[in-house]
Design a protein around this ligand. Structure first.
Ligand SMILES: Nc1ncnc2c1ncn2[C@@H]1O[C@H](COP(=O)(O)OP(=O)(O)OP(=O)(O)O)[C@@H](O)[C@H]1O
Ligand SMILES: [Mg+2]
Length: 226
């Protein structure tokens, strides 16, 4: 289970403070698919970055499977990020000088997996996303939808329990966007991965079990869909 307990994030620019999150409390069950929607500046990315342990709350805590983020030091947070979390970004964030296969291998290098096993697992993951025939292509040789599939393979290859996706379909045309969210839904259903997805697109949000609407750094409403 993933819990956010009265989470505040105050950004400080010089002497100016801005509370981007103002007491967010959320409880996300294992295997739940939650979409976060809300206007620009409402705190969606801030929320995802905190759950991703890329930044710590100013106040409050996040607890994943019983582990409190604020109790972990830097190396503990790094390990949690590496083992438990998979990230998917709007801009795909693939390394352009590496092939699709090498991009998918990256998290396994960080985890110290030996080379041959790395290769095998990365290929297997690409195959599961229907990308095995593109393994040797560089990102520029792939369509946006294909690049996002590679990025999803990279997010999944370490077998994380939670996938964090910030506008993963934001740079895709509607057909590819639908494709990618259906793929995430399938991974969520088939493998029981918890997914937290930020989107501006209500059609994309409709794939989630629950839609959380943010406004001014707070949860404005929640709608459970099934
Ligand atoms: N590093 C930062 N320093 C100062 N203020 C920040 C920082 N990051 C975000 N903010 C501010 O915090 C608020 C929330 O930003 P955030 O990026 O979480 O919004 P968002 O909901 O993801 O918006 P969008 O839909 O445009 O991506 C905004 O007002 C933003 O200007
Ligand atoms: Mg954002």
């Amino acid at each position: 289970m993933l819990e956010l307990i009265d989470v505040w994030k105050v950004y400080r620019t010089g002497s100016v403070e801005y509370p981007a999150l103002r007491g967010v409390t959320l409880r996300i069950e294992d295997g739940e698919f939650v979409a976060v929607v809300g206007p620009s500046g409402s705190g969606k990315t801030t929320l995802l970055n905190l759950v991703g342990a890329l930044d710590l709350p100013t106040k409050g805590d996040i607890v994943l499977n019983g582990t409190s983020y604020t109790s972990l030091g830097r190396s503990g947070l790094n390990e949690l990020r590496r083992k438990e979390l998979g990230f998917v970004f709007q801009t795909f964030n693939l390394l352009s000088h590496l092939t699709a296969l090498e991009n998918v291998e990256l998290p396994l290098i960080a985890a110290g997996v030996p080379r041959s096993e790395r290769r095998r697992r990365a290929l297997e993951m690409l195959a599961r996303l229907g990308m095995e025939n593109k393994a040797s292509k560089k990102p520029t040789e792939l369509s946006g939808g294909e690049q996002q599939r590679v990025a999803i393979a990279r997010a999944l290859v370490n077998n994380p329990s939670v996938i964090l996706a910030d506008e993963p379909t934001g740079n895709l045309d509607s057909a590819n966007a639908k494709n990618v969210v259906e793929l995430l839904r399938e991974i969520n259903k088939r493998e029981g991965k918890t997914i937290l997805l930020v989107t501006h697109n209500l059609e994309i949000a409709e794939y989630a079990d629950r839609i959380v609407r943010m406004r001014d750094g707070r949860v404005e409403s929640e709608v459970r869909r099934n």
